[in-house]
Design a protein around this ligand. Structure first.
Ligand SMILES: *Cc1c(COP(=O)(O)O)cnc(C)c1O
Length: 392
């Protein structure tokens, strides 16, 4: 075809078709790098559209903004921002609010890559951290007396060992000592806990888990109590060059529609299975916030409206060989990291290398269990096999 053909222009100018009379439940997938402007004045004034308006594809499209608006409503937040993963939510928040000379406090039972980010990356930029026991507020108070902190990170329940900490008490301590607070709420989702209502400044969530819900996407979110921090993070993401794919957001928007239904189902099945395992292992070795023996159970009752489908079991005295035999015999559960999908998973956890201050058994093997949507009787048959194979 000739370069002078009118078809060359027709090929790149999509015809306008009417959207009148077209209504659908689905959120369109808007892909964009370039955003175009009606006239030169609008282009020159584009910076005034930030942080909420459309300036460049990296900073958001109507697809990502719809997901952000929905998370804002569920979290009772001022604004939300979607980022490429749960870990990116945590790291970009920290990169935005911290500067050389600052100090932060991180709970011992945090999602391990967060501790690693502080040790490997923040340290190179002159930000120090201490690890605190989230169940020991006296020692936490002593940390503030020793050294001012800029940020106290919270995760409740904690990864693997599932302790439920006292979020309002930690917020109160931080506030009195001039520190801000951020909370990883991935386990509960905003349907079972709203940390902003408990006083934290910012909530992080791995949408990869329950919001996505089908083990096929990676996304994270930050939800903010105040617009000022939101604006700072939006600006920081643009210079870091971090944005999200509208296709991932579209999948998350589909996932969020069934979130309440999936969580309610998983809550019931997980709690029933946890109780059955507790009858064999002893309740002290089943770490599930809705069981009375779980550290922080009464705090969970006060601050949460439900429990999701992830809990852990501790297997003191069980050898690596016994564990391999037991897990290799699983028929319905798959072995794998991440969680929150439709398929049930187990992941063996060795916490001995990542814990330093908690008063817990770090030597025993742990199994993290994520309950999916399979028939509960099939799941019990598998779990009963594991408990029997390791000698309980
Ligand atoms: C999985 C997880 C993350 C990280 O999410 P990704 O999207 O996999 O980066 C953060 N916090 C908690 C508690 C998690 O379980």
């Amino acid at each position: 075809v000739s370069a002078n053909s009118p078809d060359a222009t027709i090929c790149v100018h999509h015809p306008m078709v009417t959207v009148e009379g077209y209504r659908s439940f689905s959120v369109p997938v808007y892909r964009a790098s370039t955003i175009v402007f009606a006239d030169l004045k609008a282009y020159r004034e584009r910076v005034a559209r930030s942080p909420d308006g459309y300036v460049y594809g990296l900073a958001g499209t109507p697809t990502s903004r719809t997901l952000e608006a929905q998370l804002t409503m569920l979290n009772r937040a001022a604004r939300s921002i979607v980022v490429p993963s749960g870990q990116a939510a945590i790291s970009t928040l920290m990169l935005t609010v911290l500067k050389a000379g600052d100090h932060i406090l991180i709970p011992d039972n945090v999602y391990p890559p967060t501790k690693q980010f502080a040790a490997d990356t923040l340290s190179r930029f002159g930000v120090d951290h201490d690890v605190y026991d989230p169940m020991d507020l006296t020692t936490l108070r002593d940390h503030f007396v020793t050294r001012p902190s800029r940020l106290v990170w919270i995760e409740s329940p904690g990864s693997t060992t599932m302790e439920v900490c006292d979020i309002p008490a930690i917020v109160e301590l931080a506030w009195r000592h001039g520190a801000m607070t951020g909370c990883d709420n991935t386990w509960a989702t905003p349907l079972f806990c709203k940390p902003l209502e408990l006083g934290v400044d910012v909530v992080a969530e791995a949408l990869t888990k329950y919001v996505g819900g089908h083990s096929d996407l990676l996304l994270g979110a930050l939800s903010f109590a105040e617009i000022g921090l939101y604006t700072a993070v939006r600006n920081q993401l643009s210079t870091l060059g971090v944005g999200v794919s509208p296709d991932e957001c579209s999948l998350a928007l589909r996932g969020i529609e069934t979130l309440a239904l999936r969580l309610n189902h998983m809550e019931g099945v997980a709690l029933d299975l946890a109780k059955r395992i507790a009858a064999r292992l002893g309740e002290v070795n089943v770490l599930h916030p809705a069981l009375a023996s779980c550290p922080g159970h009464s705090t969970w009752r006060r601050d949460f409206t439900g429990s999701s489908g992830v809990f852990s079991i501790r297997l003191p005295g069980v050898s690596e060989e016994q564990l391999s035999l037991a897990l290799d015999a699983l028929k319905v559960f798959a072995i794998g990291a991440s969680w929150g999908g439709t398929r049930s998973l187990v992941a063996p956890m060795d916490i001995s290398a990542v814990r330093s201050v908690s008063q817990i058994d770090t030597q025993a093997p742990y199994l993290r269990i994520s309950i999916g949507l399979e028939n509960p009787a099939d799941l019990w048959r598998d779990l009963e096999g594991v408990v029997g194979a390791v000698g309980y």
